[in-house]
Design a protein around this ligand. Structure first.
Ligand SMILES: Nc1ncnc2c1ncn2[C@@H]1O[C@H](COP(=O)(O)OP(=O)(O)OP(=O)(O)O)[C@@H](O)[C@H]1O
Length: 316
């Protein structure tokens, strides 16, 4: 049963003195997923990830990685070989070159020549740092340093990647570059667990989302299921007529659940309970009623709206 999952935990708990940082967490992540972990500061995300990476001992509970149990009082060398862990504060050695830094880690993972050299070249190409291979780390931008950290994390070709807030502090372009690399790793078959405060990044990358709060995993579902269950459809309607004309018409439409005016535009954001057939029928009847429609655009509430609807704090 556990072997179906890249990660499976049972009642996983971590207690520091009297404070419970992770509380009876049952987490299941299927092989090949990109699983996003979100939650406010102090929710327990880092502690959970550190236990999965076998850096932190659980107080109670069990962890299975690809069906194999992480053992207490053991360095778990075989399992660690399959894991790549990127902490949120990993130090880089400023006075090494990019190549020497990666070569150092490849040696730690006992990669032999000529495979080590091939692997370094492949990884540098993936993280788009080939042209920087002879540069000192101190001369890299923050985004480049983060991509180098990722390169170090995957140098030994792990099956499972654990990334703790990898995009925090990066500008939008650097975040996009990082996301593109994650997508390539996923398509190569890696399972990836990623914690982030940037919900729009997770919405674009993840297949499933887990929400942590006060040490508990309070929600865990595929992104598709979350959207189906919690995301309302919305229609943006713009008109050349006075907004009141459109509003009067919408009052009699059964699938319309309310609306708000979009400031500065002659447009409404309409909450809508129907599917695509009902929205097509609405557009038809607006046109038949002689209302001049300049925009009619169906959209869905995003991950941030879902997160707020669940009653959790906003995290970004
Ligand atoms: N070594 C430790 N000793 C005592 N308490 C700790 C320790 N590590 C974490 N905690 C506490 O456990 C709780 C969870 O911390 P954790 O860092 O896992 O949260 P987080 O969700 O990763 O937060 P953030 O988003 O700020 O990184 C916090 O209250 C923190 O103070």
């Amino acid at each position: 049963m556990e072997s179906e999952y890249a990660i499976s935990t049972h009642q996983l708990t971590k207690q520091y003195d009297r404070h419970i940082a992770v509380n009876q967490v049952d987490l299941q992540v299927e092989i090949g997923e990109v699983y996003g972990l979100i939650g406010p500061n102090g929710a327990g995300k880092t502690t959970l990830i550190r236990m999965l990476a076998a850096i932190e001992e659980p107080t109670t509970g069990e962890i299975y990685i690809n069906g194999e149990q992480l053992l207490r009082d053991s360095s778990n060398p075989r399992l660690k070989q399959r894991l790549g862990y990127l902490p949120d504060d990993f130090p880089l050695y400023d006075d090494l070159t990019v190549w020497d830094y990666l070569d150092y880690f490849a040696r730690l993972y006992l990669l032999k020549q000529p495979h080590r050299r091939y692997r370094l070249n492949d990884v540098l190409e993936l993280v788009q740092l080939t042209s920087k291979r002879h540069s000192l780390i101190s001369t890299l931008s923050r985004g480049m340093k983060q991509r180098l950290s990722l390169a170090r994390t995957i140098i030994h070709e792990p099956m499972l990647l654990l990334l703790d807030e990898p995009v925090s502090g990066l500008d939008p372009i650097a975040r996009m570059q990082f996301r593109e690399i994650i997508k390539i790793l996923q398509s190569a078959g890696m399972t990836i667990l990623i914690s982030s405060h940037v919900l729009s990044d997770l919405a674009e990358l993840c297949t499933s989302i887990g929400i942590m709060e006060l040490g508990y995993l309070v929600e865990s579902a595929s992104l598709k299921e979350l959207y189906q269950r919690l995301s309302r459809q919305q229609i943006i309607i713009s008109t050349l007529d006075p907004l009141e004309t459109l509003e009067t018409f919408l009052k009699n439409e059964p699938s319309v659940e309310g609306w708000e005016r979009i400031s500065g535009q002659n447009s409404l954001r309409v909450g809508f309970s129907g599917g695509s057939e009902e929205s097509a029928a609405l557009l038809r009847s607006l046109v038949i009623a002689g209302i001049s429609i300049s925009e009619f655009h169906c959209t869905q509430e995003d991950l941030e709206a879902i997160f707020l609807k669940l009653g959790h704090q906003q995290v970004s």
